[in-house]
Design a protein around this ligand. Structure first.
Ligand code: GLV
Length: 323
């Protein structure tokens, strides 16, 4: 029987499917990721690897897995996987696009609104007993309704955010590798250069996939172009942003606030200076985290893995030219 390694506890529906198709090892300590040495040892005999965004699937790991046929990540992003190395060994790689689009767009918009209206700060203020009276200027924020939003990375999730923005009568700008005429038409979104988007937007929302090409795509020069009232939201990958430059921009008042679901290093270190700033709203990479969506993602990833074990094309296979 094929050995399948699962790096975290996953919903029963998905686990059940895997158990019918192999001998399954699950690392099931919820708060603790599988130690890299344990993963290296477990993949030695594995034909299938069910993974997630927190695992580093690098050349060393693939070298330790001579029997591996398929790597299936329970995520849309696969920047944590050395896809080229996998391809060179004939190992298929699967991911879970589409199913998490609306859930992640919801969270991105929630983060935007929370950062604009100081929701997390307000909650701490109340819980810490600081609320002594109603104040005319207490926790004043930025208006979302009618403001200009600039979306960097107009994929499925970007489109979902644009649809939500239309409901708030926002003026939608976007920047993407390629133009999306249907979005321009249907959502009244205007394509513009990155520079123009940064200069004009009240909300700058980053949704570009993580890759070597997008690493630090938003840094000092980009923050300097943004408005002083700008709220910056990152729900893509932490590595897309130069966090030192972000800290400086927030600290100097070059931009007004940030909402971050992702960090350069995850879990974020408590020493990360961004955590010391009240105008930063932070979340622990939970873009797609609803019960329903995570269940669908797990089942989809299990189906990818099972197809890979059978030597078939995966229903949602990562294509190399997409990298
Ligand atoms: C989460 O970040 C994902 O890529 O699905």
């Amino acid at each position: 029987m094929n050995k399948i390694v699962v790096t975290r506890r996953i919903p029963e529906e998905a686990l059940g499917l895997l158990k019918k198709n192999g001998e399954v090892f699950v690392w099931d300590r919820d708060e603790e990721p599988i130690p890299h040495e344990v993963l290296l040892a477990e993949v030695k005999e594995a034909a299938g690897l069910f993974t997630n965004v927190g695992d580093r699937i690098d050349k060393e790991l693939i070298d330790h897995a001579p029997k591996l046929k398929v790597i299936s990540t329970m995520a849309v992003g696969y920047d944590n996987i050395n896809v080229m190395e996998a391809a060179s060994r004939g190992i298929s790689v699967g991911h879970t696009p589409g199913v998490l689009t609306e859930t992640t767009a919801d969270l991105t918009f929630a983060l935007l609104m929370a950062a604009a209206r100081r929701v997390a700060e307000g909650s701490i203020y109340v819980r810490q007993g600081q609320w002594k009276s109603w104040g005319p200027m207490l926790l004043t924020g930025q208006d979302v309704y009618g403001a200009t939003i600039g979306i960097i990375g107009m994929g499925r999730i970007g489109e979902g955010v644009a649809r939500r923005a239309a409901g708030f009568s926002m003026n939608v700008l976007y920047h993407n590798r390629s133009r999306r005429p249907e979005i321009e038409e249907n959502l009244n979104a205007a394509y513009c250069s990155l520079e123009e988007l940064l200069k004009k937007s009240d909300f700058v929302v980053l949704l570009a996939p993580g890759s070597a090409d997008t690493r630090h795509m938003i840094g000092k020069a980009e923050f300097e172009l943004m408005k002083r009232n700008a709220v910056f939201v990152n729900a893509s990958r932490g590595t897309n942003v130069d966090e030192t430059a972000l800290y400086t921009a927030l600290e100097n008042g070059d931009i007004w606030a940030a909402g971050l679901d992702v960090f350069e290093e995850e879990p974020v270190s408590m020493e990360n200076p961004l955590l010391s700033l009240p105008n930063v709203t932070v979340l622990p990479h939970i873009g797609s985290a609803t019960i329903a969506t995570r269940t669908k993602m797990a089942v989809m990833a299990a189906q990818n893995l099972i197809a890979g074990l059978a030597g078939e094309e995966l229903p949602f296979q990562v294509k190399l030219n997409k990298q």
